[in-house]
Design a binder for this molecule. Structure first.
Ligand code: ZN
Length: 137
């Protein structure tokens, strides 16, 4: 079995940002030389998510509004009594998930028609990373 482990680094200018990382993950699959296997992509921080959905700008805005309805960024949270102000980011991260696993078939990401991989920064403006691990043969 072969494997490749790498990190993608982010330092977003906004506190909440959606970043399509499909191309970068695809490049790492290519670099791995693996033809049949799996790729795991996970946020290495508890205030960021990795998820799969459509790369459509209206939908991204819908996600923003939906998350803000579920978790008011300016609400009262006990976590913020520690001196932090990112309780909303922890809660949103749990809603959007930690990681995705995508099949690698014939050396490529094996997606449904509109599937794309997103990094969702929820408490940005600092250096954060995503783990990409490709395993297979
Ligand atoms: Zn926190």
């Amino acid at each position: 079995m072969k494997s490749l482990t790498e990190h993608l680094w982010f330092n977003t200018s906004k506190r909440i940002e959606f970043i399509n990382i499909t191309g970068k993950v695809g490049e790492l699959v290519k670099k791995s030389g693996i033809k049949e296997g799996l790729v795991l992509v996970n946020a290495m921080h508890i205030t960021a998510s990795v998820f799969i959905n459509d790369n459509e700008s209206g939908l991204i805005e819908d996600y923003r509004e939906w998350l803000a309805k579920l978790v008011d960024p300016k609400g009262y949270y006990k976590h913020n009594l520690t001196g932090e102000d990112n309780a909303y980011a922890h809660l949103m991260r749990t809603i959007m998930g930690r990681e995705v696993v995508v099949a690698v078939t014939d050396g490529k990401l094996d997606f449904g028609p509109w599937e794309r991989i997103f990094y969702l920064e929820l408490d940005g403006q600092r250096k954060k990373r995503v783990l990409v691990k490709v395993i297979g043969e």
